[in-house]
Design a protein around this ligand. Structure first.
Ligand code: ADE
Ligand code: ZN
Length: 324
């Protein structure tokens, strides 16, 4: 079953590229850029990866991103992720990046986008892997800061497929970002948002109705609102679920209690994704195999998840038909 999953062509739709920064590369970049890390070894970094909720993870994740300084650093991080995709039969990926994590440290948004995009183009020409890039606003920062970030990104609009919303969910409802999402939509960008990871089902309603999102990232707390679940089914609104992340951030107590297959069996268009693989102990295949090991996922269900990943992607309908 594990090798079946490894060979199954898949798309990944929920991966924060900064969350793919492995401790080894973090250490290397810290040395290359003469950045002080509060850790003395790769082992020390890994042993700090014990999280009790989303915020305890975010604190360490933003600190790790400090080693990224130059265009080549963003290229190296992205290429390392894309090489993992190649090994795991991930043939299409839609990646998030957090520009404010870098621009707030004085790094030009163009440096960030160019480094990531150059790696995406190389993966396309070298092994035919397709991809898209989604700019995420940090929701713990202000709506004005998000609008300012969108303005800075517009000269690079041709390298983006959409905008998203991430970071600390509780206390930062989607409605705070209605104006910036409206502007992004007017610019022809698609929208997605993290909602219902730690936040309530109401945040999913807001993301749908106010931010006009095409997908919900996480969304597992939809289960608390039956009317909402029915809407997700009726409108086939995709959820990009991240099982291993949910376990590591204590959104679920045990993988055996995860609701992803229950939602799929009810007709919700769920997908499985890695979120921040360097921090949560595994890439996309690990997220599939965890469902086999803890939820007795069948090969038919694995194929359904892979099909869903293409159906929920932002590739054009004629390319989708090829994947089916
Ligand atoms: N940024 C990176 N990973 C995240 C997650 N799981 N939730 C919210 N923001 C994030
Ligand atoms: Zn995420």
């Amino acid at each position: 079953m594990h090798s079946f999953i490894n060979n199954l062509p898949k798309a990944e739709l929920h991966i924060h590229i900064e969350g793919s920064l492995e401790p080894e590369l973090m250490f290397q970049l810290a040395q290359r850029n003469q950045i002080e890390l509060p850790f003395n070894s790769v082992e020390e970094i890994r042993s700090a990866y014990n999280f009790s909720n989303l915020q305890t993870f975010l604190d360490i994740y933003y600190q790790g991103a400090n080693v990224l300084q130059h265009e080549q650093d963003f290229y190296d991080m992205t290429m390392a992720y894309l090489l993992r995709c190649k090994e795991e039969s991930v043939i299409h990926s839609e990646l998030f990046f957090d520009p404010q994590t870098h621009t707030d440290r004085g790094i030009e948004i163009g440096t960030v986008i160019s480094g990531i995009d150059r790696a995406l183009q190389d993966a396309k020409t070298q092994w035919g892997m397709s991809s898209g890039l989604i700019l995420c606003f940090l929701r713990h920062l202000s709506a004005d800061a998000a609008m300012d970030t969108l303005e800075q990104a517009l000269p690079y609009k041709d390298k983006l497929i959409g905008v998203g919303l991430d970071s600390s969910e509780l206390g930062h409802p989607p409605e705070k970002f209605t104006a910036v999402f409206e502007r992004a939509l007017a610019e022809g960008l698609l929208t997605v948002a993290h909602a219902g990871e730690e936040g309530p089902a109401d945040y999913i309603w807001q993301a749908l109705d106010l931010l006009k999102v095409s997908r919900i990232d996480h969304g597992v707390r939809c289960i608390e609102d039956e009317t909402l679940v029915q809407r997700l089914i009726d409108e086939q609104i995709p959820l990009t679920v991240c099982p291993q992340s949910n376990l590591k951030l204590c959104v679920v107590d045990a993988m055996s209690q995860h609701n992803i297959l229950q939602l799929m069996d009810r007709g919700v268009l769920v997908t499985t994704n890695s979120d921040d693989p360097a921090y949560f102990g595994g890439y996309l295949n690990k997220n599939y195999t965890a469902l086999v090991d803890s939820l007795d996922m069948t090969s038919e269900q694995a194929v359904q998840l892979a099909r869903n990943s293409f159906a929920a992607s932002f590739v054009s309908d004629d390319i989708k038909a090829d994947f089916n």
